[in-house]
Structure formats: structure tokens, C-alpha cells
Write a protein that binds this ligand. Structure first.
Ligand code: SF4
Ligand code: SF4
Length: 163
């Protein structure tokens, strides 16, 4: 009787150590992400391009793309992730570093969609040149504020001087 109980207990603990369906799916997902990252690093290294965003996605709406009349995104892409393939713009996802140069140059709003995860975990999405400009303006403003702060005394010091 005691033996049966201990066998049951051993079987249960073995079962709890075996990954569940969800865990297996997660492991496979992590493995495929790792493989993709390694392939990207391999492809980008000869181009001397540094990656700032580990994760992201890019898509092009074929219904609104001006295609052969335009091709501006292909010219703008620094990594050759975009190319012309049998009547449409093709994407080599492993080469995309989510820089948004293609979005900035696209003549059709919401045709190219780029999303990327920042190192701080926040996700940014861009689908029009103004989305990119808004971010650049925000970065520029922050830099201006940082420079002003570094070159001038803080407000409290001014208040002490003139208050
Ligand atoms: S986001 Fe940058 S790297 Fe990716 S396809 Fe567009 S231009 Fe090329
Ligand atoms: S820039 Fe935009 S409209 Fe022009 S080819 Fe690229 S995706 Fe199409």
C-alpha cells in the first residue's frame, strides 16, 4: 500500500517536471527567435549595421502601394531589406533593422507599417512620415533640454540670484 502511494507520488512529480503544451510552445518560440537573431546578426555584420531594436515587424499594403511607379522605399532602405520582386516590393525580414527610413520616404500614408520594441520595453508604431517626424522632434527637444540643463545653472540658482 505504502509502495503504491510512493509510486503515485513519483509519477506525479515526474509529470510536473515535464513541460506542458504551453511551455513547449514557449520554448519553440524562444528557440525560433534565437535562431532568427543569429541569422540577422550574421547578415548584418558585413554591412557594419548596428541593431538598436531586437524585435519588430514590417509589412507593406500591396493594395495601396504605388509599386513600379515609385520604389522610393527600396532606394531608402540602408540594409537592402526591400527589393523589387515580380511586380511588387519584397521584404527580407531578417535584414530589416526597423529604422523607419522606408516609412519616411513612402508616398502613401499607412502603406508601410513598422513596429519595434524599444530597449525600455515600449513598442513604437510608424505608418506615415509624420509619425517618424514626431518622434524625431521629441528626440530633438529632449536633446535641446539636456544641453540647456548642462550649460546653464538650475532655475533655483537663478531665483536665488535675482529673487
Ligand atoms: S525599416 Fe529600415 S531596414 Fe527595415 S525595410 Fe524599412 S528602411 Fe529597410
Ligand atoms: S515607397 Fe511606398 S508606395 Fe512607394 S513603392 Fe515603397 S511602399 Fe510602395
Amino acid at each position: 500500500m505504502r509502495r503504491e502511494a510512493s509510486e503515485r507520488q513519483a509519477a506525479m512529480s515526474q509529470k510536473s517536471e515535464t513541460p506542458s503544451g504551453g511551455d513547449i510552445y514557449q520554448l519553440l518560440l524562444e528557440a525560433s527567435k534565437k535562431k532568427r537573431r543569429e541569422k540577422r546578426a550574421q547578415l548584418l555584420q558585413p554591412l557594419g549595421i548596428k541593431e538598436f531594436f531586437e524585435e519588430g515587424s514590417i509589412s507593406i499594403d500591396k493594395r495601396t502601394c504605388e509599386g513600379v511607379e515609385c520604389k522610393l522605399c527600396i532606394e531608402a532602405c540602408p540594409t537592402n531589406a526591400l527589393y523589387w520582386k515580380s511586380g511588387e516590393v519584397g521584404i527580407v525580414e531578417e535584414l530589416c533593422v526597423f529604422c523607419t527610413a522606408c516609412v519616411s520616404n513612402c508616398i502613401v500614408d499607412n502603406c508601410i507599417q513598422v513596429s519595434r520594441r524599444r530597449p525600455d520595453g515600449e513598442t513604437e508604431r510608424f505608418s506615415t512620415p509624420s509619425d517618424v517626424l514626431t518622434l524625431l522632434n521629441a528626440i530633438g527637444s529632449k536633446k535641446r533640454v539636456d544641453v540647456i540643463k548642462s550649460r546653464f545653472p538650475p532655475m533655483e540658482a537663478y531665483l536665488k540670484m535675482y529673487g
